[in-house]
Design a protein around this ligand. Structure first.
Ligand code: NCD
Length: 369
């Protein structure tokens, strides 16, 4: 097959709009694979749903209601790349919604050791479960499997829990939920009215660190393109700059972005700062060892010069780039980010299984005056 023919038949080489359509069904997301699948209406719907679920889960009765919703479904957590938060928050989200789940985390204990391909493994999983949540080191693997399952006898949804260096859409959703909770206090108090205005207008958000290989920032940039009027500042070592695919996407969506080599120069302007660690697991031959990553750290002294309502985020795990002395500052939102992830992932699973309307009804009947 010629390269042209291969590109014509490779679904990942198709325009994003085509891929997004293949990942949907009946005007809803069927799989969650790409951050480009979310528009502002869906982002806000899911943030409000997460907010409702966390309020409902406050009581024993509320928990019983939530646990009754999806007890007839089963989920597989297929995580063959290391994970703490994403894995645990997805398993907690399944527990909140009453979904029994199973896990494969180490392919050496599965038939892959006997030579079964990962594709066959996923096909097998689709026969036992109703949802596969997947973390995989290879970019595009979850997406390819979504198309394969679409064409199979038992198409079930796949949620991407991190695909190589490329995307981490559910992390991006919990990140934007964290930003919205901080910028839009009414989101927490009043979940009923839609967000008014544009909470991102006039905001400066700095992304710091390994922007070339950090999938969380890449996915969050796609989501931020659903809003306007913000300024993004990319602070990274020259070797680890944000990819052109993302900067071009930002340009196409009219989002102002600039590069900067020194966080000190912009920290006073920032409304949010999103730190990331060096993604050296993607090194080919230890090339990032030569980088002075310490320059791309956030220290308590810097935070002392920042705005009083700065939002400090990090997807975690952290290394030295985020000063532990910041942990007690109320502007540190990274622990809240972890917890927000559990509610947001419960909201996404509830949505995937069409139980969002039942949750909204329950909330409106029992929790609003
Ligand atoms: C991130 C990831 O896996 O991409 N972690 C996470 O999901 N919270 C960030 C990272 O590993 O640096």
């Amino acid at each position: 097959m010629s390269t042209t023919e291969m590109l014509q038949t490779d679904p990942l080489a198709q325009p994003t709009a085509y891929r997004v359509a293949q990942l949907s069904r009946d005007d809803r997301l069927f799989h969650i694979i790409l951050a480009q699948q979310f528009d502002s209406e869906l982002i806000e719907t899911l943030c409000r749903l997460a907010e409702m679920i966390r309020n409902i889960a406050d009581t024993k009765r509320g928990n019983q209601f939530l646990r009754s919703l999806l007890a007839h479904k089963r989920a597989m957590l297929y995580f063959i790349q290391p994970s703490t938060r994403t894995f645990l928050s997805f398993s907690a989200a399944c527990q909140i919604l009453g979904i029994p789940y199973n896990e494969v985390r180490n392919p050496s204990t599965s038939s892959e050791i006997k030579g079964e391909t990962e594709e066959d493994t996923v096909h097998v999983l689709s026969q036992y479960f109703d949802l596969i949540i997947m973390r995989h080191p290879m970019e595009g693997f979850a997406e390819r499997m979504a198309y394969k399952l679409n064409a199979s006898l038992r198409p079930i949804p796949i949620i991407n829990g991190g695909s190589g260096k490329d995307q981490h859409p559910t992390q991006a959703m919990l990140d934007i939920y964290t930003l919205l909770r901080s910028f839009e206090p009414r989101l927490a108090d009043r979940v009923r009215p839609m967000l008014s205005g544009n909470p991102f207008h006039g905001r400066t958000i700095a992304f710091v660190g390994d922007l070339k290989r950090g999938r969380t920032v890449r996915s969050l940039c796609y989501l931020l393109c659903r809003y306007s009027g913000m300024r993004l500042v990319f602070v990274s070592p020259p070797e680890l700059r944000m990819g052109e695919d993302i900067t071009e996407y930002l340009d196409r969506h009219g989002i102002h972005h600039e590069e900067c080599d020194d966080l000190n120069a912009v920290i006073r302007d920032c409304d949010a700062v999103y730190m990331t660690r060096l993604q050296d697991e993607h090194d080919k031959a230890g090339e990032s060892k030569a980088i002075d990553y310490y320059k791309y750290s956030l220290t308590l002294e810097m935070v002392e010069r920042a705005k009083p309502d700065l939002v400090i985020m990090h997807p975690l795990p952290r290394r030295a780039e985020l000063d532990v002395r910041i942990d007690d500052d109320p502007r540190a939102k990274y622990w809240a980010q972890v917890r927000n992830g559990m509610w947001m992932r419960a909201a996404m699973i509830a949505y995937i299984f069409h139980t969002d309307a039942t949750i909204i009804d329950h909330y409106q009947t029992h929790y609003t005056t």
